[in-house]
Design a protein around this ligand. Structure first.
Ligand code: GGG
Length: 358
């Protein structure tokens, strides 16, 4: 009997509603070609429409509803005309990351064949690194408040939260990842000269972890110069580990250097496998282009490949990525406008699915 995986699909808002169907199209093609089954259940929460109907982003029993799936395939969240962005994010995606202890956000950055980098002198293969973003604490703490509101003493505080368990577990994941890669190089992002309590602690834990990995060449960069070096010399990076906010920024900047944020995938991983992991493109809901059928589905499809890898289908995952690369390189007529082509979301998704099935 063939292996069967239960997948929760959440389309979310904006272009999430356009790219998830293309991701599913490609996943189904991969399942057919590689002899496994996908049991996909779509959920209509974690979107502005759910907020309008119920006054909340999620149903109260969301954890029971999603907790039994093998993985979650997520689009994008955010429709600021209806729900303030911090409300929609804290009401959905951040609940999933925390509730399912998805403490690693793995975001590959690769310059693929067929994609032009805005950086001079960079071609396919020249950029290939992984951003490991801490995903459950740090600057995304929701700890703080406002006092003396509406007075001239109005004061706003928001704390960064680092726990020893939280820092060590994401560092360990990143060092393990670096140890398994040919270059065995890890850079940790910091800002310990300015953020004088939290970041020296982050540095201390990273330096202690480095001692346990003598084969990994580990160094640190302050976030400001690290961002500059991503643009100037992205080829020097291999694994970059960063706090929640720094990792979020770096994992948008990296793919922008590698052509377009539209192709960037991510995996919100619960490495202990006690809860489902969640796979989503790095990009958001992009209200400015939503509904026009021109969003790039590659970030969603590549996230699907990461999901297959996580589920234990590495051959199918590799086939999806190879199909993406072939279509990007050889089918300029189906590429979406962010890639310089005249194509549509559906056209690009269909072309990649056909290539997987071939
Ligand atoms: N597909 C990802 C998405 O919807 N992102 C919206 C967003 O603002 N994310 C912030 C984050 O990843 O922390």
């Amino acid at each position: 009997m063939s292996q069967r995986y239960r997948i929760a699909a959440i389309l979310g808002d904006g272009i999430g509603r356009e790219v998830v169907p293309e991701g599913l199209r490609c996943l189904r093609a991969a399942a057919e070609a590689h002899g496994f089954e996908l049991d996909v259940v779509e959920h209509d929460f974690a979107c502005a429409d759910h907020w309008l109907r119920h006054g909340a982003m999620l149903p109260p029993d969301w954890k029971d509803v999603l907790g039994g799936f093998d993985a979650i395939f997520f689009g994008a969240v955010g429709w600021p005309e209806v729900v303030p962005d911090h409300v929609s994010l804290w009401g959905s995606l951040l609940q999933f990351r925390r509730g399912f202890d998805q403490y690693v956000n793995l975001r590959p950055v690769r310059l693929l064949r067929g994609v032009r980098s805005p950086l001079r002198d960079h071609g396919p293969g020249d950029i290939d690194f992984r951003v490991v973003r801490e995903n459950t604490e740090g600057e995304y703490s929701n700890v703080g408040g406002r006092i003396f509101e509406g007075t001239d003493r109005e004061t706003v505080l928001q704390e960064t939260v680092l726990t020893r368990i939280g820092v060590d577990r994401v560092l360990r994941y990143a060092f393990d990842l670096a140890a398994g890669r040919p270059r065995k190089h890890l850079t940790w992002a910091t800002k310990s000269n300015g953020i004088s309590i939290a970041m020296p602690y982050w540095d201390e834990r990273a330096a202690a972890m480095a001692k346990q990995y003598p084969d990994v060449v580990a160094d640190k960069d302050h976030i400001d110069i690290l961002a500059a070096k991503f643009v100037l010399r992205p080829g020097q990076y291999d694994v970059v580990v960063a706090s929640n906010l720094f990792g979020d920024i770096l994992s948008d900047l990296g793919p922008a250097c590698a052509g377009t944020i539209g192709i960037a995938p991510s995996a919100n991983i619960n490495p202990d496998r006690t809860w489902p992991s969640l796979f989503e493109p790095v990009h958001g809901s992009a209200p400015d282009i939503a509904g026009r059928g021109i969003a790039n589905p590659v970030g969603q499809i590549w996230s699907g490949a990461m999901m297959l890898e996580h589920l234990g289908e590495p051959a199918a995952a590799a086939a999806v990525l190879a199909a993406i690369e072939r279509v990007l390189a050889d089918r300029p007529e189906v590429l979406t406008p962010d890639l310089g082509g005249p194509g549509t979301t559906e056209g690009l998704g269909t072309a990649i699915a056909a290539e997987i099935a071939w």
